[in-house]
Design a protein around this ligand. Structure first.
Ligand code: ADP
Ligand code: ZN
Length: 646
């Protein structure tokens, strides 16, 4: 995702037009201003009088002239009258003539006029200059007439461009005419953003890599497959959570196959104007055909590929649908063996339009999952390479401390750790820096300044100790890593667990999990005598999980083996009856109540241990698995994760 860097690219390209445009606006403003003020001069508010040349000469000789302006095109001369002589010329006062009254006369020839004026200057009757002015009144008139039109056109172009660039960046003038062009970024050998990504840069993801390697084979060696009558696949869909390396994989394919790589995000297609998306798709495929064999990569394809709505009442999105239709048409359009392979990424394959997934389109789905323990170790190895780490750093520990992290998160941890170490002026990045970076990414910045009363601190300690006590003493609950009562982000305290990395989860495991999550509130109720708002998050999670277990996984005795999962986004109807709805609600309540009672019973049985834990928390604010082990003894069960680590 982040490989695309659209904004940077756009900026550097568009610096020039932006500069020009600014100048244009300034020029218009200046012209307007000039016309406004100069207009005052050419159409002065003063009175005027046409006189003969002889009379004009008399006025000048009598010293009435303030300014003399000859207009060569019209062959006349204009004389502005000095304020003190206005009454002599117009027989009325300034209040009637205005400040700048003038007389106009036709002059016989420019030479004569020149001669006369310089003569009068020598005599001292006129001490201004004779100036000449071109006849441009009609030009100005024209200008004034087309001005509003120009302004409207400019405003319109401005708006168009803003829309055209989707609000990001500031497209040049030319982009108004280019709305329909695709914005694909082209990566090719020797090009400006040549991709150096290879499969070595992608850690873990063994099965995804293997499938993707086949695509490289197709591109490198199409004959091998076509000779046997095989068809080269047209598209592969990479499915998985964000940050797991889907873009990276696609880039690696391009890098390894040594073919051009067009990269574009699904949201780039979609604009406000009807038809723009479709024409961008067309343009993208036209470019790709010229460069074949090549790869087109569409990130976040769900932006265009969402299922077309069947529910007319909701109103479809015409623009998106026509874009999608165009994409489907183009994918059908090019021949099977033309050497273009389309890769797309999404984290929601279930909402994609079924037509996209049919044979001949994205008929291959490659799953890219969050890395497991071993894979995380590999990802760390990749991203630790450029970092100067302390010799004692244990990569296994890092992998263990980052359950649920994606590749991108891990890359982030490494970077953050380096920054933290630098801030402390260290020579190398140490384990502590990495752990601090992990905490920071999980929970946001520590809020050391958040004021907490002793009472609040005690309540939070009791709550967190409740979670810890229960998870330590239930077989299937996730083993604990550490517990803290240092507030971070919006959370007041937190207990970190090592989620078991399992492929399937049994009902017992889920129930133990639920019991541990309820342990916080149960402890509050038992040991402080009242319950607090601090458990809201826990309750939300528990409720969701209970609904999932009962309505989707068929895990309750009264509703066994049914799944009411509904993956149709646009449908508001429940796929079950009112009676069933009531039953589900009852079962959810019952399940949660049972686990809450179970948590309370367990806490009462271990109340001494819980108290010690809470005290320790208040004292130290952070405690680790070892501390819990000292209180409750070693857990009699080993977890799958621990087995994996050996
Ligand atoms: P996605 O497209 O799946 O959202 P990306 O491919 O954009 O994720 O990954 C973002 C970044 O995370 C990559 O540039 C890379 O630095 C890092 N990353 C993600 N997965 C891996 C992986 N399996 N191996 C190495 N680095 C990874
Ligand atoms: Zn809690």
């Amino acid at each position: 995702m982040e490989l695309q860097e659209p904004t940077n690219n756009k900026n550097s390209k568009n610096k020039m037009p932006r500069f020009n445009l600014t100048w244009l606006y300034i020029a218009i403003a200046v012209a307007l201003g000039y016309l406004f003020f100069a207009g005052g001069d050419s159409q002065p508010g003063g009175a005027s009088k046409n006189v003969t040349y002889t009379v004009f000469k008399q006025y000048v000789e009598q010293g009435y002239a303030n300014k003399i302006i000859a207009n060569k095109d019209a062959g006349n001369v204009r004389m502005y009258v000095k304020p003190e002589h206005i009454r002599d010329v117009f027989a009325s006062g300034v209040d009637q003539t205005g400040k700048q009254p003038f007389v106009e006369a036709d002059y016989p020839s420019a030479d004569k006029l020149d001669e006369f004026v310089s003569q009068q200057q020598e005599l001292g009757n006129f001490n201004g200059e004779l100036s000449y002015k071109r006849q441009n009144d009609t030009l100005m008139q024209l200008f004034w007439n087309i001005m509003p039109l120009l302004i409207i056109i400019f405003v319109w172009m401005f708006i168009m461009r803003r829309m055209g660039s989707g609000g990001a960046g500031f497209g040049g003038m030319s982009s108004i005419f280019n709305v329909g062009r695709s914005r694909a970024q082209l990566v090719e050998k020797g090009g400006e953003n040549e991709s150096k990504v290879t499969f070595k840069d992608v850690a873990g993801q063994a099965s995804a890599k293997q499938e993707v390697q086949e695509i490289v084979e197709f591109l490198k060696n199409p004959k091998k497959f076509t000779d046997l009558g095989g068809k080269i696949p047209k598209g592969a869909l990479l499915v998985g959570p964000p940050g797991t390396g889907k873009t990276l994989l696609a880039k690696a394919v391009a890098g390894e196959a040594d073919v051009p790589f067009f990269s574009m995000s699904g949201s780039d297609f979609v604009e406000m104007f009807v038809g723009v998306g479709a024409s961008r798709v067309r343009d993208l495929f036209r470019q790709a055909k010229e460069k074949a064999p090549c790869i087109i990569f569409i990130d976040e394809i769900d932006a265009v590929g969402r299922a077309r709505s069947r529910n007319l009442a909701m109103g479809g999105n015409d623009e998106r649908e026509s874009t999608l239709n165009q994409l489907l048409t183009e994918m059908d359009g090019f021949g099977t063996n033309s050497g273009i392979i389309i890769m797309a990424a999404t984290n929601r394959a279930d909402i994609l339009d079924k037509a996209l997934l049919r044979a001949g389109r994205f008929d291959r789905q490659i799953h890219v999952d969050l890395p497991d323990l071993k894979e995380r170790r590999e990802v760390f190895q990749v991203h630790l390479k450029p970092i100067k780490v302390d010799a004692s750093l244990d990569i296994d520990l890092l992998a263990r401390q980052t359950p649920g992290f994606s590749g991108a998160d891990i890359a982030n941890v490494c970077n953050e750790a380096a920054l933290i170490a630098a801030r402390h002026g260290k020579e190398a990045v140490t384990k502590e820096d990495f752990l601090a970076a992990v905490d920071r990414i999980v929970g946001g910045l520590e809020k050391k300044t958040k004021v907490m009363t002793d009472d609040e601190k005690r309540t939070i300690a009791i709550h967190e100790a409740g979670h810890a006590t229960i998870s330590w003493n239930l077989q299937y609950a996730n083993p604990l890593i550490k517990v803290t009562i240092v507030p971070r982000g919006r959370a007041l305290g937190a207990a970190w667990y090592l989620p078991e990395e399992r492929q399937i989860t049994t009902k017992e495991q889920m129930l133990d999990e639920m019991c541990a999550t309820l342990g916080g509130r149960a402890a509050e109720e038992l040991f402080t005598g009242h319950i607090s708002s601090g458990a809201m998050n826990d309750l939300e999670r528990v409720t969701k999980q209970a609904y999932g277990m009962i309505a989707y996984m068929g895990m309750s005795d009264r509703l066994p083996n049914v799944c009411y999962y509904n993956n149709d986004e646009y449908s508001w109807q429940r796929p079950y009856s009112e009676d069933t709805a009531r039953l589900i609600d009852e079962e959810v309540k019952r399940m949660i109540a049972e686990q809450y009672e179970r948590a309370k019973a367990l806490l009462l049985a271990k109340s001494e241990g819980h108290r010690q834990l809470a005290d320790l928390l208040v004292e130290r604010e952070v405690i680790f698995a070892e501390d819990v082990e000292k209180i409750f003894g070693k857990r009699p069960w080993t977890s799958r994760t621990e087995e994996l680590l050996g």
